[in-house]
Design a binder for this molecule. Structure first.
Ligand SMILES: NC(=O)CC[C@H](N)C(=O)O
Length: 394
């Protein structure tokens, strides 16, 4: 194996694709075998937020940015402590940390959190293959002793069923109702206490929610209640929320059909504001009667241009999805509000005549630009209006 230094070392990791292609490299993180879908992410920052986003459950992330490790690892950039990405594929050895927030090196954090990785592989070759041929399943094998059973990895990759049809929400959702109180991280160091109480009560249904969605709502002074993905319509009503957020999450939206979608369908009959994010957006589409599809290579990065069709404005967005609402057979009551300027796919919808909308991307960013934060304001404005109308009619 050719290391960056030119030194030849025996390989301690292998990445074996489902078509049998094998990349050898330097193992990092936790030894063992991980099998999942191989995706690539083009973000230049935020590797810890990416790796802890529960939407990545069942996936191995190839980073196209070559310097991974320079911010080390800290306690603030965790998007969740549940299952998330299985591991990572990087071009060079992990860079030494040189950031004031770093508490430990990326390598020791990976090991402590059970993530596997391979370094010193040609990430450009992997990425161009995934772009050309679409997503592939892969096995990531790490063994510090170098006894790599490539055949076992090849078999595991070939036999992995793939994300289509796979429901991974039960592996990442919270099991109990809880309250979220922490605001957004501030550059001065530390989390902001939520702003003055806005009096708005928001329920977030947790399909694998990222903490920065919860922080954004708490920061705006909302009372945030997090409910498990299996929450029934009655359990949601029992909180008497002024607005509902359907969170991001992993796996195939169509595979959650027997619990989440019927509940969302019932919520659509009501008049409460609803905001869907990523998996939540896809499931909102399903509940409204649309179809979802598996994309070829998906969108994973922090620089995806999206046009808001209502204002004409273009925003640069943070994205992480492999499924999307299909353009075919859209129900008449669903209006497309946002589209990707990369490939024209649907990036936002709203239910005509109702305060209900959703986006395919991540308005909370983490990592990524903050262009889409206005969507939280748009949602909270609808929530405020709903609450004052409700109080006015009492
Ligand atoms: N970030 C998300 O919520 C991802 C949604 C879904 N699992 C997809 O890959 O399309």
């Amino acid at each position: 194996m050719a290391m960056d230094s030119g030194e030849e070392l025996p390989p301690t990791a292998a990445l074996v694709l489902s078509d049998g292609t094998c990349f050898l490299g330097h193992g990092i993180g936790t030894p063992g075998l991980k099998v999942g879908e191989l995706v690539f992410n083009t973000a230049m920052t935020g590797y810890q937020e990416i790796l802890t986003d529960p939407s990545y459950a069942g996936q191995i992330v190839t980073f196209t940015f070559p310097h991974i490790g320079n911010t080390g690892a800290n306690a603030e950039d965790l998007e969740a402590t549940t299952h998330a990405a299985l591991g990572l594929v990087i071009r060079a050895d992990i860079t030494d940390p040189s950031n004031w927030r770093s508490l430990q090196s990326l390598e020791s954090w990976l090991t402590a959190n059970g993530l596997a990785g391979i370094a010193n592989v040609d990430t450009r070759q992997i990425t161009s293959r995934l772009r050309r041929e679409g997503s592939l399943n892969a096995a990531l094998l790490v063994s510090p002793e170098g006894d790599l059973d490539i055949e076992a990895a090849r078999k595991a990759a070939a036999e992995w069923p793939g994300l289509a049809g796979m429901d991974l929400v039960p592996a990442v959702t919270s099991t109990q109702r809880s309250r979220w109180r922490e605001g957004l991280w501030h550059l001065e160091g530390g989390y902001a206490l939520p702003q003055e109480d806005s009096g708005l009560r928001i329920v977030v249904i947790d399909y694998g929610v990222k903490r920065n969605i919860l922080r954004g709502l708490a920061n705006a002074g909302c009372e945030v209640t997090v409910l498990p993905a299996t929450a029934t319509h009655a359990e949601i009503e029992a909180v008497a929320p002024d607005g509902i957020v359907l969170s991001n999450g992993p796996g195939d939206p169509a595979a959650t059909g027997n619990y989440a979608v019927p509940v969302i369908k019932a919520l659509l009959e009501g008049d409460r504001p609803i905001f869907g994010i990523c998996l939540g957006h896809q499931m909102l589409g399903l509940a409204a009667g649309a179809r979802t599809m598996k994309m070829r290579a998906g969108h994973h990065g922090a620089n995806h241009p999206v046009q808001d069709l209502l204002t004409g404005k273009v925003e640069i967005t943070s994205q992480n999805h492999g499924f999307a609402i299909a353009d075919e057979a859209l129900p008449a009551n669903l209006e497309v509000t946002h589209r990707s300027l990369f490939d024209g796919t649907i990036q936002g919808v709203r239910i005509k005549g109702h305060p209900i909308f959703s986006v395919q991307y991540h308005p909370e960013a983490s990592p990524g630009p903050m262009d889409s934060h206005y969507l939280f304001d748009r949602f909270l404005e609808l929530v405020r209006r709903y609450k004052s109308q409700k109080e006015g009619s009492l």
